[in-house]
Design a protein around this ligand. Structure first.
Ligand SMILES: [Zn+2]
Ligand SMILES: [Zn+2]
Length: 368
């Protein structure tokens, strides 16, 4: 299953810096690159620099008015002329989505990095590609949300669809992939699967099993929520029971995965109890499914991850080791063991998982 792998990175991605106090710190991607380098994994891929996404690419999913607004807000001279209500309606000037002078440039670079990965896979230059700076899955067509301005996963999915692909997007970030899901909610040829902490407990508050798509897209959105304290074993059980059968039924020609690592128990923004021990398995299953269903075509993205130093670089290096099929080089980085909650919480987690898998099977007419 070996084949050329592209890794998209350049230090200019540090421009995607929302503010000094913001939880999303681009240094986590640079630290990941340092670990990918020191483990020797870097020798097993082509390192390719990012580029800025073009306006046409951004407008594959965003309205021209919104792109124009982001550019205007990024210019200190023009910014003052924008009516306050317009800024608020577009999701900006909040703690989550602050305005800065490099807002457009920084996020357009992230979107461009993800496009470089998608184009490498589509052209055949690479079989698999990883854009660790990407995965900004909360941005909507005309609204910033949850640290995300331009929705690079959706842009890549739309572009791949326009090349004639049936696209499967799988999102394992602890937060529901609401922006991507909404953009493709009524489209039957783009499948979105999101596994996340339940919206009853966590931002953005959406993504329940009964949310399955609308109109012609009915059945093409799949949501599996987890309750707080879900640890590795039940998380993986949900992943194993849902992701492979849904993908086999859909028969995609390319996989796009959002691989946010904020499911970890040390992550400060969420309440799951995962460890890095899920990543060898997640990476291997995506890899095998890409070969089984898509002739290997697989675009992997980063995503959330706010334990910037203690988790993100290890999680994504372990994951990347699966992409290049050298898990031996990252084995030392893994958490030694899973972290399990007390017996009552364990019981609550399993009961919720079995109930949610049952409702998911019912609404999708599948026996998980
Ligand atoms: Zn492969
Ligand atoms: Zn997240």
């Amino acid at each position: 299953m070996s084949g050329p792998v592209t890794l998209v990175y350049g230090d200019e991605l540090m421009k995607h810096h929302l503010s000094d106090q913001h939880p999303l710190q681009p240094i986590r991607v640079k630290l990941t690159m340092e670990l990918i380098t020191s483990t020797g994994l870097i020798e097993h891929c082509h390192l390719v620099p990012p580029r800025a996404a073009t306006i046409e690419e951004l407008e594959l999913v965003h309205s021209p008015e919104y792109v124009d607004l982001v550019r205007t807000l990024s210019d200190p001279a023009l910014r003052k002329r924008v009516p306050r209500q317009r800024v608020i309606d577009a999701g900006f000037d909040s703690a989550d989505n602050p305005i800065s002078n490099h807002l457009h440039d920084g996020t357009a670079l992230v979107a461009g990095a993800t496009m470089v990965a998608a184009q490498a896979v589509e052209s055949g230059a690479a079989l698999h590609a990883f854009s660790p700076a990407g995965g900004l899955h909360h941005a909507h067509r005309a609204r910033a949300s949850g640290f995300c301005t331009y929705d690079d996963p959706a842009i890549a999915c739309r572009w791949l669809k326009n090349q004639g692909h049936r696209v499967a997007y799988i999102d394992v970030d602890v937060h529901h992939g609401d922006g991507v899901e909404e953009i493709f909610y009524s489209e039957p040829d783009v499948l979105t699967i999101s596994l996340h902490e339940s919206g009853r407990f966590l931002f953005p508050g959406t993504g329940f099993p009964e949310d399955t798509g609308s109109g012609a897209g009915r059945g093409s959105a799949v949501n599996l929520p987890y309750v707080p304290f879900t640890w590795d074993e039940p998380w993986l059980e949900g992943f194993n029971r849902v992701v492979p059968p849904v993908l086999r039924k859909f028969r995609p020609t390319v996989l796009v995965t959002q691989d946010g690592c904020d499911t970890h128990h040390l992550d400060p923004l969420a309440h799951l109890a995962g460890t890095t021990r899920i990543w060898p398995h997640v990476g291997r299953v995506f890899h095998e499914l890409a070969h089984e269903l898509c002739d290997g075509r697989w675009v992997a993205l980063g995503g959330g991850g706010y334990a910037v130093r203690e988790v993100v670089p290890r999680a994504w290096t372990i994951f990347f080791a699966e992409i290049v099929e050298r898990p031996d080089l990252a084995a030392d980085l893994n958490d030694r063991e899973s972290v399990m909650p007390g017996p009552e919480a364990q019981e609550r987690v399993w009961a919720a998982l079995h109930r949610d898998i049952a409702s998911l099977g019912e609404v999708h007419g599948m026996n998980f």
